[in-house]
Design a protein around this ligand. Sequence first.
Ligand code: ATP
Length: 883
Amino acid sequence: MWFLKTQEEVLKELDANPLTGLTSEEAKTRLNQYGENKLKSKPKKTLILQFFAQLKDMLVYVLLGAAVITLFIGEYVDAIIIMLVVVLNAIIGVVQEYKAEKAIEALQQMTTPKSLVRRDGEVKEINSEEIVPGDIIILDAGRFVPADLRLIESANLQIEESSLTGESVPSDKNAKDIYENPKTPIGDKSNMAFMSTLTTYGRGEGVVVATAMDTEIGKIAEILDEDNNEMTPLQRRLAELGKTLGFIAIGICTLIFIIALLQKRDLFEMFLTAISLAVAAIPEGLAAIVAIVLALGVAKMSKINAIVKKLPAVETLGSVNIICSDKTGTLTQNKMTVVKYYTFNKLTEVPEVGVNLKASDNEKELIKSFVLCSDATYENDQGTGDPTEIALLILGNKYNLSQISLSANYKRISEKPFDSDRKLMSTLNEEGTGYRVHTKGAIDNLMSISNSVLIDGKTVPLTEDIKANYLKVTEEMSDDALRVLGVAFKDTRSLIEPEDMEKDLTIIGLVGMIDPPRSEVKNSIKEAKMAGITPVMITGDHKNTAVAIAKELGIADSIEQSLTGAEIDQLSEKDFANRINDYRVFARVSPEHKVKIVKAYKSQGNIVSMTGDGVNDAPALKYADIGVAMGITGTDVSKGASDMILTDDNFTTIVHAIEEGRNIYNNIRKSVIFLLSCNLGEVITILASILFFWPVPLLPTQILWINLITDTLPAIALGIDPGDKDVMRKKPRDPKESFFADGVGLRAIFGGALIGILTLAAFNFGLREYGYSLGSRNIPEDVTTYARTMAFVVLAGSQLFYSLAMRNSSKSIFQIGICSNMYLIGAIIIGFILQLGVISIPFLANAFKVHNLSLVDWSLVVFMAIIPLIVNEITKLFIENRS
Ligand code: ATP
């Protein structure tokens, strides 16, 4: 019942000191005692359960049926092989799923929220899981509350507690409140903050009173059910395709069975053939391959600083054609330095280094207000907090107006925090016997709430001329790409409420600070443009500053390509949408404009990625096709609403992620088309033999074997193919475009047909060696077995070789480098070794009903097997010459 107690009682009971926090050692001891601050999640599926889950598959039912029947007829070896394949397939499935899961889990680990905690006398950011009772937690807007806290300090603190109370309007919090009624409902406990709720406004500090399952949310959500198995649109489409192919296969099987009945063939053999066909046609590896390629892809992306939170984002990334990016920190370095300041009619350059610099009284007032109105800290050359404010504190240090001495002399009483809608921040500090409001922010907004200016120590009315003078200086600084920030003040006798702070102010002056562009961004912008992507700058900053930086980076050419938030408001939704493609820079925007911008782009058929970091950016991030949150400066809310997080806050990473997204999609396509071509080759072989009344060239166990060696390693190796160097020279993929577009479907059919025909040809060769042909009757078993072996090797070999051709649809394997995907080369070699083994190791050869081949025949089958690859490469020559 912490809310009934005073702060002192709570702190004493928890043995906590709000000024220094716990020591690291004490925190460690408590972590051992109380455990990690983590809500229990659903118990994981055991391996056995995962194994059985793999068996819930149409192909497995078909195979199990076949196994039972073969057993019944006494074909024990076949039954064993079929069962082995079922088990092996399931094991491979489990391994792939496990790998995919691990990759996703690792990503989730990276996105666990962090918390600001005071330990060993310092404020540190640690993983929320390491928080223990007695820790002192600092809350600011946009952060999730990491544990249950008894508040010990609050400044306009508001917390949204809908996860606990269902109430989405944020509750006001006050650390000083104490309750007497033990039955006070959770939503009314204003001196407490609860785990999983969200700070939406203000600041506060609290001492942790409960962690993990002891928290209020822990008590409700006994078990956190977090199923993150979201399928991507492509996965869904492929699952559908797999199902359709499965049904078609069963249909054809039935048909064949009927034909065979009419042809009066041996029923048992026909039954086995029907099974062969089903096995050939059902693309069993499809779903697993796509899942693993996606998982490996996102794991790779996390290494280049892009954490994909939602799998569908990987696909969408490949289609993005507009990147809307924040300026500060994403396009620029967010390393601010004040280079100039201006008080009426006096512009002063600030030297890069300097101590004890001289300034007039008016200028000192300017710097003093800026420093007092900052939340950041700067000690021992180390700054924490907003870089804009750190720059102001450094400015203060140069003029001997340090934050420590100023804040000791002019104690802060209350404040109105910065938000990107108002673009202002205010504090109320003691001043002499009264108080003073210090307000800093965008000069245009400041001007609209001020009525006077401080000139040479005197307050004079803010006339239109003076306004024009300030605006002119602002524009000049902005044209030089400087960020301009104004400051104003107001004295009061008595305390005033935050809502009364920002009116009737007296402007003191302004500062201009540089924030150099990130050096790598210019190239990324070039690359994006080449890839058919338009980079767009969105910023809260002044239009001229924004355009100056946009020009430097190559985003825009002229000021005509920019629009301000106020100008957006004047346009109707339709007009804005119609003209949106003319603009490259949106300045002085608030988060709500971001939503308008995304909407307008989307209405014109664009696929938009939008960056954001603040609490209010969440709607725009959700609305964008790809919401991108900042890993360093982003709030928990923006991260929660995003599809992807940039761990380095860098624009370049977005471009890299898009490149990776395109590569991943292409690789999935390669694997899937490869699998389908292979399956088609098998279907054609069997189907033709039935329709033309030929002996069946392949036994079910042989097809199963081939699928086992091609559907696994080579398919995965294709899925992790190194990206095509030219992938960023192509236009973004139209999301509506069919998976089989660009002749990809035709290629699959062509490749499949070729594999099928060659397999039949090899079978025919085998028969001919003994004087028989496809049309012969009463072929001795031995001869069929020999011919089957040839077909078997050609089918396996041609698929293995063919995988090489799948790597690129227009470039030859020599252009991309045969050895540039060593995994694939390895997979092919392993495939051939296994194939050789199955034929030459007597007991395996017996089991699979094959013979060892003569050297001449080996040469012949290898030659035949390589034909689909060669034909494909020759076709590429034509494609290349044509384009
Ligand atoms: P981005 O380009 O990422 O949108 P931004 O810094 O340009 O970032 P905001 O952070 O919303 O956008 O800032 C908008 C304006 O608000 C700035 O141009 C500046 O005038 C003002 N401002 C920024 N930070 C502060 C602050 N800490 N206190 C007061 N005013 C600020």
